[in-house]
Structures are given as C-alpha cells and as structure tokens.
Design a protein around this ligand. Structure first.
Ligand SMILES: *Cc1c(COP(=O)(O)O)cnc(C)c1O
Length: 362
C-alpha cells in the first residue's frame, strides 16, 4: 500500500516535548519568562529586532492589533476576500467594516489597483495578507497609504520569514500578525505574534491581552485575556530554532515542483519577493475538485483548497460583490504538499500524479 502524503504535517519532536516537560516541572504554566524569551527571540530571528507581543492566537493578535491602532466603529479597512475568515472577522470585531477588494491573479494577494478603487472617506487602513507565504505588494500599499493618509496592517499569518526587496514581512505595517497554528510554517500549538514599530501600539497590545493591566489589579483600560502560556511559548521557542531550515526545504521542494510540473499553472514569484511557501498553489481551471479527489483516491496524495468560498459570500458577511479574480481563484486554486517532511520519492510521486491528471484533463 502506498503511504498517504498529507497536505500539511506539523513537525514535533523530542526537543519540543522536553521543553514542555521543563515548563510543567517548573510549575510556572501561565504567561511568564518563557513567553518573554519567545518574544525576544522571534523578534531577533524573524523581525530584525522590531517589538513583538505574544498572544494566544493569530486571530486575537489581529483583533488586538486593530484595536491598539485605534480602529473602531465607523471606520473601513480594506481586506482581500480571498483569505481565511479571520482577516475580515478581526476587522468586524472592532466594530469597523471590512471592505473587500480583489486579488492579483499571479500572487493571489490583494490587488493595489482594486484597493485604490475601493477607497472612501471612511477608509482608515489597508490590511493585505501575505497569502500562501508570498509577500503582498507592500511597496504599492505604502505608496497608497502615504497618498491617502491611511494605515497599513499586515496579515502575515502564513509568511514567517518572507521578505520583499530584502525587507522582512512584519516590518512594514503599523502592526503585523503571525499565526502559530499547527499547520503554519512553525507552531506553538495555538498562538500568535504581533509585531509593531510603535511604542504606544506595543503598550496597548500588552494592556489589551491582559485585562488592561500593566501592574496587577491596576486595570487602566478594558481588556481581554489573550495571554500565551509558558507551555505554548516553550514549543514555539524550539520551533523558532528550526523554521529557517524548514523554509529552505520548502523552497527546494517548490523549486523541484516548478521544474517538473507540466500542464498546470505553477505559482509565479513577484520581482524582489522571497516566498516562504506556506502553500504551493497551482491552478486547475477545469473541475479542480475532481482533480483533488483523483489525487487523493488514485494517488494517495493530499491537497488543500484554500479557500473555496470568498469571504464576502460567507453567511457571516453575505455580500454580493463583483470580484472576478477572487471568484476564479476560489474555483481554481489547489495547494499541493510542499512541507519540509517530503522526501524525494514523495516529490516524484506528486509530479507524476499531477502531470498525469493534467494531461488526462487537457
Ligand atoms: C491562520 C490564519 C489566521 C488566523 O490565525 P489563528 O492563529 O488560526 O487564529 C489569519 N489569517 C490568515 C491568512 C491565516 O492563514
């Protein structure tokens, strides 16, 4: 029996288990020294020293980041519709309105021209997503923000270590959020990291994650409990020592697929972009779902459809909008395994299966 190749595979080893054990033995389980060390290390490994605040999920980080930046009722923030629901949810949870714009068909990331078309006098910010690990066009968004006095926020949930023209994602926006969910490029179990270059945003993030307290029982504002635990931070610290190596392997795997796949559109990389291949996403214009079923049932290869329903059409938002590239991507996008656990045999199997199916379908 051929072994199934999963679409994603978190790598958890003896070091992570030992780190969790050490925290358990210490008795200091909640947010403490491990979390503070993780923030420091995440900043120096991935963010060139920019301040980082750890929270208990990426979504919480995005929500708190927006609140810390002053986004609220009456405001509009432009987001892509082709992304995970957390992007728009976090805007809506502040009381502001997420305004959905279309994507660039090459990178699957937010399209600056459509963002410009969606600006109103209520627009306060733009929140591009570095989707699949490909950096969004931050140069264009910074230019737009400058011209229209807007803030840029980054959804970097899928893009640990990606960069554009030598500058790391997570160092562009007023804040940026990284997710540490198990399927992301590194994990802490659940968790999120928020980076910011502004001392006041950092202070607000620290207050908002801890009931509005900096000093015990002297609550300055109304806040949440969005604290990361020392247990999660201990896992994250180990993963952080490995993420750059994993990214190199993801890039090698992607380069192999780029070289050998035939008859399907492979993911282009924009000039100056360093892609970290959270996903390796091809387009299957005809019967994408049948293609995915055949991969699974005939070739024992997992794949992922991220995302089958554009956010604006989800029951939670229920909007009818004209976003043609978003609709097309939702029909055609198929993510193949690219994770660092793949061996050469498995990469060969993926190439053979995809090429055979693409040929049969053409
Ligand atoms: C995973 C993800 C999030 C949310 O992160 P969680 O840690 O799962 O809360 C937000 N945006 C995007 C694009 C994501 O992929």
């Amino acid at each position: 029996m051929t072994e199934f190749i999963p679409a994603a595979k978190p790598i958890i080893g003896a070091e992570e288990r030992a780190a969790v054990d050490a925290v358990l033995a210490s008795g200091m389980l909640a947010q403490g020294a491990e979390v503070a060390a993780f923030e420091q290390e995440f900043s120096s490994v991935l963010l060139d020293g920019r301040a980082v605040v750890a929270v208990n999920s990426g979504t919480a980080g995005q929500h708190l980041g927006l609140l810390a930046a002053g986004v609220g009722p009456g405001d509009e923030v432009i987001v892509p519709s082709f992304t995970f629901a957390a992007t728009a949810n976090s805007v809506a949870l502040t009381g502001a309105t997420p305004v959905f714009a279309d994507i660039d068909p090459d990178t699957f990331c937010l399209d600056p021209a459509d963002v410009e078309a969606k600006l109103t006098e209520r627009t306060v910010g733009i929140m591009p997503v570095h989707l699949y690990g490909h950096p969004a066009d931050m140069v264009a968004f910074e230019r737009l923000a400058e011209a229209h006095d807007l803030a840029v926020f980054e959804d970097a949930a899928q893009a640990h270590g990606a960069s554009l023209h030598g500058r790391r994602v997570g160092t562009f926006g007023r804040f940026a959020m990284f997710s540490l969910y198990p399927t992301k490029n590194m994990t802490s179990g659940e968790g999120g990291m928020v980076s910011t270059g502004e001392a006041e945003v950092e202070r607000m993030l620290r207050l908002l994650r801890n009931q509005g307290m900096e000093r015990q029982y002297e609550n300055e504002i109304v806040g949440f409990n969005a604290r990361m635990t020392n247990l999660h931070a201990a896992i994250g610290r180990v993963q952080l020592t490995k993420v750059e190596g994993w990214t190199e392997t993801r890039r090698r795997n992607a380069a192999f697929l780029d070289r050998h796949l035939e008859g399907v559109a492979t993911p282009p990389v924009a000039a100056g972009a360093e892609h970290v291949y959270h996903q390796y996403t091809i387009r299957v214009p005809e019967d994408r779902d049948g293609f995915a079923t055949a991969l699974r049932e005939e070739y024992a290869i997992g794949s992922g459809v991220y995302y089958p329903i554009p956010n604006h059409r989800l029951p939670s938002f229920g909007l009818e909008l004209d976003l043609p590239e978003t609709e097309r991507a939702a029909r055609e996008a198929l993510s193949l395994p690219v994770h660092p656990s793949l061996g050469d045999d498995e990469l060969e199997r993926i190439v053979t299966a995809v090429n055979t199916l693409a040929k049969a379908g053409s």
